[in-house]
Structures are given as structure tokens and as C-alpha cells.
Design a protein around this ligand. Structure first.
Ligand SMILES: [Zn+2]
Length: 223
């Protein structure tokens, strides 16, 4: 069982990947984690990825593909039979590389799940985010769902809360438009292969998990 989770930042796909992986004994592979880990371990690929990540640029396809193919091969070697890929592929060349990697491993993709959340909801989620300005603390809050006890102050250390540049409305909007533009061809790619599953991700976390588990159960006989 190999699943791909597609969705913009703050669509909740990372959370759901983790929950589903626990529920169905799958290995969650997240691009963000892999790249951060490669950077931390100072691998050759990590050194290459670092320059892009530090300047806020997208890491090029060949680097991401390399990191991912390695992680997948290691997972298979370790005896994992199911995977949730979170944050990969992000482009059509990456999707083609994934298909080629899976073919080499004698596997096929079960489904690509598209986490659909209205843009205004995503903007609201990001815009309400606050981070503790104390570098040693960095506790996070959300004005709607997880507000601090005292307005503008960190519950943990009492420092002032700040809004990250990334979470300003115009930045978020721009990032989402960019995401939609880049991912549209990817959705078409999976639609043509009859692998695309559209998921309403603007619902409570538990409802989404239940829905995903049911879908996965329906997929099992065809694996
Ligand atoms: Zn704090």
C-alpha cells in the first residue's frame, strides 16, 4: 500500500499522514523531515539542499528525488510494506521519478489523495498563528484554536508573541496561488492515471481520519 498525500501548507496532510500511518502500520515519509535530517547529518545531499532551504527557495527535483528514493529503498529493506508519502511528489517530473522508483521495487501507487481546503480557510489558519519570540522557547499558538492565556504573551515563558513574516495574509495568499499553479499539472497527472482521490479536508480531524481509513480499506483488495 503506497499512498501519496497532496495538499497545500496548513491543509492538515502532515497530521493525517501521521495518524493514518499509526492506524494502518504504514511508514510515513515526509520530504520536509528527510531534507532537514539530511542537512543535520551533513550528508552530501544535505549540503546541497541546505543552500536552497536557507534562502527560502524550492529544493530542485533531482535532490528531492534522490533523498526520497533512498528513504523508500531503506524502508522496503527494513520490511515495511506500506508507505504514506507526505510532501512528495510536488511536480510532474517528481511524480514520474516516483513511478519509476516504484516500478524498480516492483510496486504500484495505490492512490494520490488531494487534501482540499478552501483558500480563505487556509489563509485564516496561517494568519492566526503566533510564535513565542523567545528563541529558546518557540511555543506556537493560534488565535482561534489555541490562544495564549494572556493576550500577546507566551504561556510557557511570558515573552511576547510574534507573527512570522510567512504568516502575513499577503504572503500566505501569494504562496497558495503559487502552490495551486504548480500542483495543477500534478492533479491532472494522477487523474489521468485514475489514481486521484479528492478529500474534503475542511472538517474536524477525526472525521478526516475516519474517511481516510475507510478509503484505504477499500483500496486493499486491489494492491
Ligand atoms: Zn515562550
Amino acid at each position: 500500500m503506497i499512498l501519496v498525500f497532496l495538499g497545500p501548507p496548513a491543509s492538515g496532510k502532515g497530521t493525517q499522514a501521521r495518524l493514518l500511518a499509526l492506524e494502518r502500520d504504514l511508514l510515513q515519509i515526509s520530504t520536509g523531515d528527510l531534507l532537514r535530517d539530511a542537512v543535520k547529518r551533513e550528508t552530501p545531499i544535505g549540503a546541497k539542499a541546505k543552500t536552497f532551504m536557507e534562502t527560502g527557495q524550492l529544493v530542485p527535483d533531482e535532490i528531492v528525488i534522490g533523498v526520497f528514493a533512498d528513504a523508500l529503498a531503506v524502508g522496503v529493506r527494513e520490511g515495511h510494506s506500506g508507505f504514506v508519502l507526505d510532501g512528495f511528489p510536488r511536480t510532474v517530473p517528481q511524480a514520474e521519478a516516483l513511478d519509476a522508483t516504484l516500478a524498480k521495487l516492483g510496486r504500484v501507487l495505490a492512490a494520490a489523495v488531494d487534501f482540499r481546503v478552501p483558500r480563505e480557510v487556509l489563509v485564516r489558519r496561517a494568519v492566526g498563528r503566533r510564535v513565542c519570540s523567545n528563541g529558546a522557547c518557540q511555543a506556537t499558538y493560534h488565535l482561534d484554536t489555541n490562544p495564549p492565556r494572556m493576550e500577546g504573551r507566551c504561556d510557557v515563558c511570558g515573552h511576547e508573541l510574534a507573527q512570522r513574516e510567512d504568516d502575513l495574509p499577503q504572503t500566505v495568499e501569494k504562496r497558495l496561488v503559487e502552490y495551486e499553479r504548480k500542483t495543477a499539472p500534478l492533479l491532472t497527472y494522477y487523474e489521468k492515471k485514475k489514481k486521484l482521490q479528492k478529500l474534503d479536508a475542511d472538517r474536524p480531524i477525526d472525521d478526516i481520519t475516519t474517511d481516510l481509513v475507510e478509503r484505504v480499506e477499500r483500496l486493499v483488495p486491489t494492491r
